[in-house]
Write a protein that binds this ligand. Structure first.
Ligand code: AMP
Length: 403
């Protein structure tokens, strides 16, 4: 059974064709710079024998219709289109608001609800919706499922998701903590449970998604009970270019001092802050190289980055009461033993102790990096949001068809 997973952004469409339930990726690619002069498609597919083959097409892609047409052509020409047809399409949708706690089979009311959520995620929901609309036109007979980045965190209790702000900001304007990266937090929690051979419903976890964007989640008995991103992905941990937690009064002060407009302040917090704000580099690899070479600003950036994660770990230990495992994932979490070590240093009182040798092991799969007798597991679990979307798409289609 093949599921096509689509992540439709404002200027790109990423896709993966996944065989289920084997979870083997058959084809993947990206149509990039849609609407720009130098648009192109990069398409990878497996040839018989399992080797990957690459193809690049530099073609004008005026809009998402052009992108999907070229993806379809590339799939046909490279023999990547499944002969038995597709079982369904899973779409990544960033914001599901309070309505979507689960993936949803796409129907007119679901499309309308995603549109209604667009003011909450103006950069993401509209292009996500464009992808859905083009696929509905091109594959009207196929079941299509929306998988929401916010859905996993809808299990948070009100005391975690409400801000201490005027009631009508919430009731009329929907201002609350939603949380993001939910598909990734959910996936690594499931993988952790499978690896530990324990039911997810018995586990208390802190999951750390540390990529360009970064967030932490407190997961009790398999359900998210708190997360560091909030109304938008700007809150919480320090990120590549996003500030994470700040005193909101800084904005009013800077506006008074410099006359900066709301839009320019928003840009500064999203694009010029985080690691970049502190040391001029947004990429952790480069930042660490600079820090190792003695650059004081880069050392401060790395120190702040790890310190803030430690604060969240402490807070979420208090939220959970008992912690079974701390899970590192995404680009930095999976690939930087140095950041993992710096994050965990000083957390021995919480039962978190790393084994240096295990932490530096190069391994593609899941690794446990805590010391042998440590009471809390520390795991590196590669994330895979596309596989999680494929899993949820199948599960949603099967649930609906069994009714
Ligand atoms: P992602 O958004 O998950 O692709 O993660 C991107 C981030 O991972 C960037 O900041 C990269 O510099 C970082 N990253 C990838 N590999 C490494 C590594 N070996 N050491 C440190 N950071 C890394």
């Amino acid at each position: 059974m093949n599921i096509l997973v689509i992540n439709s952004g404002s200027s790109s469409v990423k896709y993966q064709l996944v065989d289920m339930p084997s979870e083997r990726v058959l084809t993947r690619g990206v149509a990039e710079r849609i609407g720009e002069a130098e648009s192109r498609l990069v398409h990878r597919w497996r040839i018989p024998g399992g080797e990957w083959q690459d193809m690049q097409r530099d073609e004008p892609l005026a809009d998402h219709h052009d992108a999907f047409r070229l993806i379809g052509t590339a799939m046909q020409e490279t023999g990547a289109m499944p002969t038995a047809g597709l079982a369904g399409i899973g779409h990544r949708v960033v914001h599901g608001g309070e309505r979507f706690r689960e993936p949803a089979l796409i129907a007119p009311d679901v499309v309308a609800a995603i549109r209604d959520m667009s003011p909450l995620a103006p950069l993401h929901n509209p292009p996500n919706l464009t992808g859905i609309e083009v696929c509905l036109e091109q594959f009207p007979e196929l079941p299509q499922v929306a998988v929401f980045d916010t859905a996993f965190h809808q299990s948070m209790p009100a005391h975690a998701y409400r801000y201490a702000l005027p009631e009508h900001w919430y009731s009329e304007h929907r201002v609350r903590r939603y949380g993001f990266h939910g598909t990734s937090h959910h996936y690594v929690a499931e993988q952790t449970a499978a690896h530990l051979q324990r039911p997810l419903g018995e586990l208390n976890l802190i999951t750390l998604h540390l990529g360009n964007g970064a967030s932490a989640a407190a997961i009790r008995a398999g359900r998210s009970v708190d997360t560091s991103m909030g109304f938008t992905p700007l809150e919480g941990l320090m990120m590549g270019t996003r500030c994470g937690d700040i005193d909101p009064a800084i904005l009013f002060y800077m506006s008074r001092e410099t006359g900066a407009s709301p839009a320019s302040l928003e840009d500064a917090l999203n694009k010029d802050s985080g690691l970049k704000g502190i040391c001029g580099e947004n990429d952790m690899r480069t930042t660490r190289e600079l820090a190792d070479a003695g650059d004081a600003r880069a050392q401060l950036a790395v120190g702040m980055y790890c310190y803030r994660i430690r604060k969240y770990i402490g807070a979420y230990c208090a939220v959970l009461g008992r912690l079974d495992a701390l899970v590192f994932t995404a680009g930095i979490g999976e690939n930087s033993p140095e950041i993992r070590a710096q994050v965990c240093s000083g957390l021995e009182a919480l039962g978190i102790t790393l084994d240096t040798g295990r932490n530096h092991r190069q391994d593609d799969g899941i690794i446990e990096i805590q010391q042998a007798a440590a009471p809390v597991g520390v795991l590196v679990v590669p994330t895979n949001e596309e596989i999680e979307i494929a899993r949820q798409t199948i599960s949603c289609i099967e649930t609906i068809s069994s009714r």
